[in-house]
Write a protein that binds this ligand. Structure first.
Ligand code: TTP
Ligand code: MG
Ligand code: MG
Length: 426
């Protein structure tokens, strides 16, 4: 083996892993009696008490709790045919998809296609919980993972032990097994020379499938597909390509690079040409999801809560503003607000509180942190103060879920600086 001949071990192998019918599969963990049935997720949000309340009424002899949801009789589940409203489906089980039901379809339309389907409300907290779990399992096996949303990731297999065996199949199988054993959920994996091909490949054998694509498979596996299967060719580009008689990726690949650049613009045209030839050198970018965002400061000299009240108040306000800035810049909202103090004897204390809504504004953070401050001893001198926001959610997820409307009105925060506390404890 010489260095100018790439060996098997140097082949770039990139995986795309996508959970199968993700929201629906998570619901089936709760209600295993629905396995194999057409189930549709959408229409409304889940409210735990609703369901349990109705169950207790219908079956008063049974002590219903979150633990025995699997014993709910099938006929108790709401059918989609009873639904009237303008809700949209997030996803459907594979059994429901056989009737033509799928993501983004109106619930009423789905009811026409499959009136016997069971309709369950959405529970984003639960999906986010399982999303974190399956991603944590992956990074234990392969550290270079890029988040692509709630149910999918790219993973660089290239340097991972076993990542080259059978083109990546061995490692993909190991991941499927580890995820299933931990969560009970199945996923599908595509492994290819790059992200572009891996993303397409992960769909080839859904559900619970693995698909391995090599450069030499381009003509046979990729070229017959419609252009829109390329992640980056949307409906607009697809329509324009169609006006030139280009429908499949193979037809796109036949076109001259310069012709594509003339008709689709220099950079998009060049990209189209590369994509049709299976070329893509984007790296798998490790997306580190912060657990919390915080700011703290150590004072030049120790301060006292009462005597240095004004100075402390100003610092407290500044830290809250910095945390708010960080949150907004990084695109997060959070609902656990905490403080950290260090006393002159170097002893540290933390306090936090979890709100029932997400925030990212300085005044709201300052207000919630101020309430935490009421729960600590302020008779001793302080050498450090910190403000932290945890239980983070991506701002776009928060907005997508319409959580804004649930939010409490912004608190008219008027207290002065450190004025949350009038007198120290004790
Ligand atoms: P997908 O991975 O696109 O779909 P899926 O996991 O339900 O099914 P598949 O086996 O084909 O991968 O999306 C992941 C989740 O995102 C899905 O379970 C629900 C949600 N979602 C929506 O809420 N609206 C949508 O339009 C789509 C496509 C997905
Ligand atoms: Mg999926
Ligand atoms: Mg997906």
């Amino acid at each position: 083996m010489t260095s100018d001949h790439p060996t098997a071990a140097t082949l770039r192998r990139i995986a795309h892993l996508d959970m199968d019918a993700f929201y629906a599969s998570v619901e089936l963990l709760r209600y295993p009696q629905l396995k194999g049935l057409p189930v549709v997720i959408g229409g409304s949000r889940r409210r735990e008490d609703d369901l349990l309340g109705r169950l207790r009424e219908a079956y008063p002899e049974h002590a219903w709790s979150a633990e025995n949801l699997s014993e709910i009789p099938l006929d108790f589940f709401p059918r989609i045919s009873g639904y009237t409203g303008r809700g949209v489906i997030t996803t459907a089980t594979y059994a429901a998809r056989q009737f033509g039901v799928g993501s983004a379809m109106g619930v009423m339309k789905a009811a026409k296609l499959c009136p016997d389907a069971i309709l369950l409300p959405v529970d984003f907290d639960q999906y986010r919980h399982y999303s974190r779990r399956f991603k944590a399992i992956i990074t234990e096996i392969a550290p270079v993972m890029e988040n692509r949303g709630v149910d999918e990731v790219y993973i660089d297999f290239t340097e991972v032990p076993g990542g080259q065996r059978e083109g990546g199949r061995v490692l993909a199988r190991l991941m499927q097994k580890a995820i299933f054993e931990d969560t009970g959920l199945t996923c599908s994996v595509g492994v290819a020379p790059n992200k572009l091909l891996a993303k397409m490949a992960s769909e080839f054998n859904k559900p619970n499938g693995i698909s391995i694509v090599h450069e030499v498979d381009l003509e046979q596996l990729i070229w017959p597909l419609p252009c829109r299967k390329i992640n980056g060719i949307g409906p607009k580009a697809e329509a324009k390509l169609a006006t030139h008689g280009i429908h499949t990726i193979g037809e796109l690949a036949q076109r001259d690079r310069t012709w594509l650049m003339e008709h689709f613009g220099k950079s998009y045209g060049a990209w189209l040409h590369d994509a049709a030839h299976g070329q893509d050198d984007r790296a798998v970018e490790i997306s580190s999801e912060p657990v919390s965002i915080s700011r703290e400061t150590t004072f030049e000299h120790d301060l006292h809560a009462v005597r240095d009240r004004e100075a402390l108040g100003a610092i407290f306000t500044r830290l809250s503003a910095q945390v708010a800035d960080d949150l907004q810049r990084k695109g997060y909202v959070g609902k656990t607000i905490g403080i950290k103090l260090r006393y002159d004897n170097f002893q540290s204390v933390t306090r936090d509180q979890t709100l029932d809504h997400y925030i990212d504004q300085a005044t709201d953070i300052r207000h919630a942190a101020g309430q935490c401050l009421k729960r600590v001893d302020l008779t001793r001198r302080l050498r450090l103060l910190g403000v932290r926001v945890g239980s983070l959610m991506k701002r776009e997820d928060w907005q997508a879920q319409g959580l804004r409307s649930q939010e409490a009105p912004a608190s008219p925060y008027t207290e002065s600086l450190f004025g949350d506390i009038d007198a120290p404890h004790g």
